[in-house]
Design a protein around this ligand. Sequence first.
Ligand SMILES: *Cc1c(COP(=O)(O)O)cnc(C)c1O
Length: 705
Amino acid sequence: MATIFKPKKHIHHSLAQRLRDLSMNMWWTWNPEAQALFNELSPLLWRYSNHSAVEVMSDISDEELESRLRDHEFSRRVHHVIEEFDSYMAEPSTWAKSHASALKNPIAYFSAEFGIHESLPIYSGGLGILSGDHTKSASDLGLHFIGIGLFYRRGYFQQHINADGWQEELYPANNPDHLPMELVLQPEGGRLLNSVEIGHSTVYFQTWAVHVGRVMLYLLDTNLPENDQHFQELTATVYGGNIDTRIGQEIVLGIGGARLLQALGITPAVYHMNEGHSAFLVLELLKNELETGKSLEEAERAVRSKCVFTTHTPVQAGHDRFNSELLTYALGRFWNSFGLSHEELMSYGRVHPAEKNELFTMTVLAIKMSRAANGVSELHGHVSREMWKELFQDKPVEQVPIGYITNGIHTPGWATAHAHDFWNKRLGIDWTDKLMEPKFWKKIADNELATDEELWALRYSLRRDLVDYARRQKFIQLGGTSLASSHILSPDALTIGFARRFATYKRAPLVFRHLEKIIPLFTDPKRPLQIIFAGKAHPHDHEGKRFIQRIIEISHRSELNGKVIFLENYDINVARHLISGADVWLNTPRRPFEASGTSGMKITIHGGVNLSIMDGWWREGYNGNNGWSIGDDHHVNDLESQDELDFESLVQILSGSVIPEFYDRDDRGIPHAWIKRIRNAMQTLLSQFSSDRMLGEYVQKYYSI
Ligand SMILES: *Cc1c(COP(=O)(O)O)cnc(C)c1O
């Protein structure tokens, strides 16, 4: 049995060593005071390493660190942060105290990506962000929880836009020594090696451990000299390579992840498959059950009793499917050990087991072998029941056992330092523990907590931070021509943010569908509008790249100069600037393809308001006064007409409501109606769309038996 990480005993460690240790626990990513310390130690490195505490700490010598700590003020602050960290780690949360009996054994949460922080670039988009937020809330609530993912040495790509406005992808390698993770070792020393069978090969993987507050995230990595060259590259990039890479990664994640837990002596109460990528794990569990002498039926029942599954994809093409030959090749050796025929095994991934041509679908495998499944918003639950109703032919569609839990975000992690400061002063520093209490946020609607002037000052400073950041980034791109960057954007103008993956269903260019109708809104000298875009297109998504190019072309039009900006390389850091600085968060997905969406949830704590299609979470969040809806709750079948209707609705809301309300000021420059809308959004959205609420629901509906 291998060593499981235990919290280190710190008693004899110097303050310097404690600070080094702290850089290895991602707790600092949701504590602004801790971040400020790392920033101050080396502001340049902090910025250029994309806020990597580990890089800052590995660059600073012991001597220098000791001398910095001789500054009393600095050392006092370090002490304070360490104390906060220690009490976070030592004390069970209020939530854990009241749920102590619920979960003795851990929840094992499998996900192909985890977006914990920009300095650990092993995520591509919303799924990873959600997994990261789920993990952080598990730590905050004190849930017994373990994350399982892959370590992608080259991460997702870094985006560069060339002179033609075309996205180019760069894949710089991450150095594990400069990442907040450590190798899992065997008790007798030496790294822990596990393996899976892929094709005729045995593929070994090592495991990295990331401390995320109180919980542990394990990342599997095949980059080992023991493996053939191409298997060394298997886990190199997020969703990279071809279908062989995909199935190989999924074997490592699912089967390898289950084997890792066994090697660590961990017996999970629940295996939670976050999306179908990890679903092969049920086959490993099935094999283990069969080996104990159970009949197939008993073994299936035993597996099902331990597994839950969350689906995120309302698009058929978004579900992983493998053909029979590929499965035979990739899983052949593993399957042979089952004593089941090839067709019997294929049937686990088929809606119609007898259909010899039907592909093997990971989602089908996951649904068939879970005791419960869910979508990630009310509408998405409905869409998913429709999608998979054929698996339950004895049931009417409304009884298909796929429920829903609407996503949420880890608010303390998304709140900028500025926002933390603002709320600390008004709510007390433990406000992050009370996110779920609606009465807490009711005070903001009653004007008890902050005046309109104070809220407006918060908005102003966050918007100015975003404008400064965008100018700096443009400045870097333009090779330091400050003339060119200083005239872009205005810190006073109504600022729309639009940032997400450039999947075509998200319709990034919709706002520019008819330029003659939208340009006048941008060029009104008295009531100017500006918009900032960011987002990556998948490397194989030519259409998505065309969308980026079109937006960049439009941004070059002389009348829009400096008012339409595309920021390169969307990641958690770029996102944090945008979701805090934007006044309005625009979301224009084609219904019902936005399963939930989460970026719009991140703006509320900063006083932003949503302007969105009634899809995913916003369909539940919108109440008529806490933002705006584009279009209505109806669905038109013809895509062109839908685009036209949604564009018309968008222009009408912008010109008829959003812009006038933003610029309707009293004699001191305060837009009271706008601020009322902000207050309403805070009151109605913050507790509901937090990942603490989400996780509580998972515990109640899916994790507890
Ligand atoms: C929040 C976030 C997402 C998910 O946003 P959606 O609204 O679901 O599109 C994707 N990428 C990053 C970097 C994010 O911060």
